[in-house]
Design a protein around this ligand. Structure first.
Ligand SMILES: O=c1ccn([C@@H]2O[C@H](COP(=O)(O)OP(=O)(O)O[C@H]3O[C@H](CO)[C@H](O)[C@H](O)[C@H]3O)[C@@H](O)[C@H]2O)c(=O)[nH]1
Length: 328
């Protein structure tokens, strides 16, 4: 397996790269470092490049005899996608179509694709299974759903074999504590709570307490980043073994409100986060909880981290060891 990992210097990408390396495959990280970190890539071959650079992409595929791609490179912030839709359509749709063109022109037809729970919008059933109606409430989710549909069409017409993984809320960090979540600016809940507890940011804003949930705050399904990463390893192996194109949810199957996550993080740290109730954030669905039965049954995936405090503890370990993230 010679694997090209776009976005391999990012949060989920760098954790997955580490797990892919353990399989013995050759891993080539391709990242433009706009949001990724060079020092999140420890031992793989690294190519600084953009998914719009067809020449460099093609050269990299040929030079390293690449036979599959794991495609993380994308914008992924729900809130920002509502304010800057052009960036999201351009990067996530046009950029991915470009990558597919270069792959197919160079005989690479295996792809693991980062999709999202945001493709569902506000489903009526919970936990969410893959086959329910997809009606995204935000631009980010729409860009990913467009690409899922395009890949299904490419699969029928051009022999593309892909597995799309619909992530719920990725969190935590590798136990080694040398890679973790470091977004600039940070917008994700768990790192923001930890930063607030550790006095690295201002007051934490709870976006809305009038949702139809048990305490009025949004419910999400939090999954450890290494459990997500392991699903990519399994998906890739399945494609090499002739698995047909498919789509899988990835979550733990338990929902936690924003307030419950804050309480759990405060218990883990023994500290209190300064917090206040703020207006709802545009594009946020009230409840997103996954059924991951399909990937368990088809690919034998299982999550190692099921306790939310354990998950938060791994994130806390990273934040304490690296108070300034990768810049430190
Ligand atoms: O300062 C904050 C930040 C977040 N939240 C709330 O905490 C929850 C989690 O928010 P995140 O920004 O951490 O994560 P999202 O659920 O918005 O998004 C995550 O899950 C999505 C799928 O639902 C996408 O995959 C996306 O890329 C990924 O970051 C949401 O209810 C949000 O409103 C706050 O209250 N305050």
């Amino acid at each position: 397996m010679n694997i090209l990992v776009t976005g391999g210097a990012g949060y989920i990408g760098s954790h997955t790269v580490r797990l892919l390396e353990k399989t013995g495959g050759k891993v080539v990280v391709y990242d433009n470092l706009v949001t990724g970190h060079r020092n999140a890539v420890k031992s793989s071959i690294f190519v600084e490049g953009d998914i719009f650079d067809s020449t460099l992409l093609a050269d990299t595929i040929r030079r390293y005899d690449i036979s599959s791609v794991v495609h993380f490179a994308a914008y992924s912030l729900v809130g920002v996608s509502m304010i800057k839709p052009q960036d999201y359509y351009h990067n996530n749709v046009v950029g991915t179509l470009n990558l597919l063109d270069v792959m197919l022109a160079n005989g690479v037809n295996k792809l693991v694709f980062s999709s999202t729970a945001a493709v569902y919008g506000e489903p009526e059933t919970s936990p969410i299974t893959e086959n329910v109606l997809k009606n995204p409430t935000n631009v980010y989710g729409r860009t990913k759903l467009i690409m899922e549909n395009a890949m299904a069409d490419y699969s029928r017409s051009y022999g593309l074999k892909y597995i799309a993984l619909r992530y719920f809320n990725a969190c935590g960090a590798d136990a080694a504590g040398d890679i973790g979540e470091d977004h600039q600016p940070e917008t994700h809940l768990i790192p923001l709570i930890l930063k607030a507890c550790l006095g690295k940011t201002d007051t934490l804003k709870i976006f809305g307490d009038d949702y139809p949930t048990k305490d009025g705050t949004c419910v999400r399904d939090y999954i450890h980043v290494n459990d997500l990463g392991q699903a990519h390893v399994l998906a890739l192996k399945a494609l090499y073994n002739g698995h047909e194109s498919d789509v899988y949810n990835l979550g733990n199957g338990s929902g936690f409100t924003v307030k419950e996550i804050i309480e759990a993080a405060e218990a883990v740290t023994g500290l209190t986060a300064p917090k206040e109730i703020a207006p709802r954030r545009a594009g946020d669905p009230a409840v997103l909880v996954a059924s991951s039965d399909k990937i368990r049954q088809d690919l034998g995936w299982q999550s190692e981290y099921t306790d939310i405090k354990n998950i938060i503890d791994t994130a806390c370990h990273w934040h304490k060891k690296n108070p300034d993230g990768f810049a430190g």
